[in-house]
Design a protein around this ligand. Structure first.
Ligand code: ADP
Ligand code: MG
Ligand code: ZN
Length: 623
């Protein structure tokens, strides 16, 4: 707001400059043009010269008398003040000089006109236009655009994205294609009486390609595309957000048919429940304005509103009712095929070796989002550069998967031999238990190379097929596998380490879910004891049962874990030879593949005495 005052100062300066210039012109240029050799004399000198016949010519003015000397060459010009002299004309006649009244000293009328009218006007015009330009530059940025929406208008080519850039997500693409198609040829739909949905809401976990899809729609639709993020409506001053919404829809109305995309709409669309702190006035006003605007325009005009969010449950009900965002387009985490397709899309821009097995990478990345997969390809490319290769190899991608899952390798980490040994047994414990259980995914890789995430080693299991449903047995086997690491430590060293903390956390979460959410316990049957707050952003569940029930849930959780732990110990005890053999091999190699693991596991037992010899010192404390 300060800016409004500033332009006045330069304005005054400019006027002053103009004034000074005009005054200078008047003071110097004009007299200079008219001035010649003029000498001031007094009236008596004039009379004397007149009587002595020294005057050639006389011109009489209102206030002064100008006359020339009578010398033939180079006559002087004299000026004297005019006195009240009644006999002046008589004297002049007597002296016999020629005289007149007019003073012909004026400049040419054209020059006069130019100087006194055109020049100042031209100057003012110049100054004015300069000023205006400066003012509009100064104010255009903020002051004038106060309250205007800053939605970017994309036209087709500008995002450069099309549906080809979005892999998987076929259902979402189909739903959006329909909208694009409607905007292209509305008659086809109108003929049959179909109405276009006013709005479509893209919902799904972060990184699944919602923003990307919207950009692709912009690329496909050959209509104007307004894009704005929900947070851009949230302003300092109450009413500003609402003004922005109004402005956005006004612009959109003028450009119809067009698409308006509001990213992260939860920033303004949150439920309007009166919170104890007093609601957020600004946000509620903005939301109200949005609701009004969405009702206000009729669909036939051809304005379609897309919005994206990963917190659909937090949106106000009013936004979701038919007539507003009546279409909900789920954008879920990709399945096996989807992941492979996404990897391929991103591999297009990277030099890949010919024999890359994308399926293997897709299989190893169950649960990864599109953004993570894009990241894996990039990390693979970085790894290839690091290794001095000119194309990305399978091993680079494998490494990239681990980097994304567990962080970078900590090559220089100093880990004592004893700790390494413990980690080896721990990891082989997991792998061995997994291998011996019926419903557990096969071991893909075991490593004891420490990672920046803090993991000292890990066992990777990869399902052959995509798991959509999990049976009770599968979950139980997963818990048992998770307890296998600790069980191996107990069995071999007789003591336990802190290394199992992550396993414990995961196992407990699974066991608790079995009881409270999945209805897999005898005691509670199909009762829901927990609710999940928001499904797309990490399932943080909150317990909703009496304290008494909560205590019994805890007991059941402990029972499940205890049972699994016991089973894991039993398996390892039965396969102690293999445990030693594999741990020694892993310690030596640091990383072993699933195939190597299976080979060692299935080969005939070696001579019993060598097996006994390989025992580390601590193994004597078997129970
Ligand atoms: P969000 O759903 O959180 O808005 P984005 O659309 O921003 O996710 O996706 C982030 C990035 O992840 C994209 O720029 C793209 O590189 C990649 N990505 C996500 N999903 C896909 C997909 N289905 N196909 C191709 N790339 C994808
Ligand atoms: Mg996004
Ligand atoms: Zn572990």
């Amino acid at each position: 707001m300060n800016d409004v005052k500033n332009p006045k100062k330069p304005l005054i300066y400019y006027y002053l400059i103009v004034l000074v210039v005009i005054m200078l012109l008047n003071a110097t240029l004009v007299p200079m043009l008219s001035q010649r050799n003029i000498q001031q004399v007094d009236y008596s000198t004039f009379l004397t010269m007149l009587s002595e016949g020294q005057i050639g010519e006389v011109q009489v003015d209102e206030t002064q008398i100008a006359f020339t000397s009578s010398e033939e060459k180079n006559p002087m010009i004299y000026v004297t003040g005019r006195m009240e002299d009644a006999q002046l004309v008589d004297r002049l006649t007597d002296a016999g000089v020629s005289f007149g009244q007019v003073v012909p000293q004026e400049m040419s009328p054209l020059l006069n006109f130019l100087l006194s009218w055109v020049l100042p006007l031209g100057l003012f015009w110049l100054v004015g236009s300069l000023l205006f330009r400066q003012m509009s530059k100064r104010m255009g940025g903020n002051t004038m655009s106060f309250g205007k929406s800053n939605a970017k208008v994309y036209v087709a080519a500008q995002t450069g994205k099309t549906f080809n850039d979005v892999a998987g997500q076929d259902e979402a693409k189909e739903a959006l294609t329909e909208i694009v198609d409607f905007l292209h040829q509305p008659e086809k739909y109108k003929e049959i009486g179909a109405k276009l949905p006013k709005g479509a809401l893209l919902v799904g976990p972060p990184g699944t390609g919602k923003t990307l899809l919207a950009q692709a729609v912009a690329g496909e639709a050959k209509v104007p595309f307004f894009s704005i993020s929900g947070s851009e409506f949230v302003e300092m001053f109450v009413g500003m957000g609402a003004a922005r919404v109004r402005d956005l829809f006004k612009q959109a109305g003028e450009k119809a048919p067009c698409i308006v995309f509001i990213d992260e709409i939860d920033a303004i669309g949150k439920k309007r429940d009166g919170s104890p702190m007093g609601g957020n006035d600004e946000r509620e006003q903005t939301l109200n304005q949005l609701l009004t605007e969405m009702d206000g325009f009729d669909g036939s005009k051809g304005v379609v509103i897309l919005a994206a969010t990963n917190r659909p449950e937090s949106l106000d009900k009013a936004l979701l009712r038919p007539g507003r965002f009546d279409r909900r387009v789920p954008v879920e985490l990709p399945d096996l095929q989807g992941r492979e397709a996404i990897l391929r899309v991103h591999a297009r821009n990277v030099k890949m070796s010919r024999d890359i097995n994308f399926t293997a990478i897709a299989r190893a990345t169950s649960g990864a989002s599109g953004a993570e997969l894009a990241n894996i390809i990039n990390e693979g490319a970085l790894a290839a550069v690091k290794a001095g290769r000119s194309t990305v190899e399978q091993q680079d991608l494998e490494e990239a998967v681990e980097t994304v899952i567990a962080g970078y390798q900590r090559k220089n980490a100093v880990i004592s031999m004893k700790d390494k040994l413990t980690v080896s047994y721990h990891e082989v414990g997991h792998a061995l238990v997994a291998a011996k259980l019926k419903h557990s995914a096969p071991v893909h890789k075991i490593t004891i190379v420490p990672r920046t995430s803090g993991a000292l080693g890990y066992t990777m299991q990869v399902d052959e097929q995509e798991q959509v449903l999990m049976t009770r047995e599968q979950i139980m086997d997963k818990i048992t596998t998770l307890t296998g690491g600790r069980a191996a430590e107990e069995l071999i060293f007789g003591s336990v380490t802190s290394g199992a903390s992550n396993d414990i956390e995961q196992a407990t979460k699974l066991a608790r879910a079995m009881i409270t959410r999945l209805g897999m316990s005898e005691t509670f049957d199909m009762t829901a004891l927990e609710t999940v707050g928001n499904p797309y952003l990490g399932a943080d569940a909150s317990l909703m049962c009496s304290a008494d029930t909560a205590a019994r849930v805890d007991q059941e959780v402990v029972a499940i874990i205890r049972q699994a732990h016991g089973q894991a110990r039993q398996i390892l005890e039965d396969n102690k030879q293999k445990l030693h053999e594999l741990a020694k091999y892993l310690l030596e190699k640091e990383t072993i593949t699933g195939e190597e693991f299976t080979v060692i596991l299935n080969r005939l037992p070696q001579l019993p005495q060598t097996g006994e010899d390989e025992k580390p010192e601590e193994t004597s404390t078997d129970k």
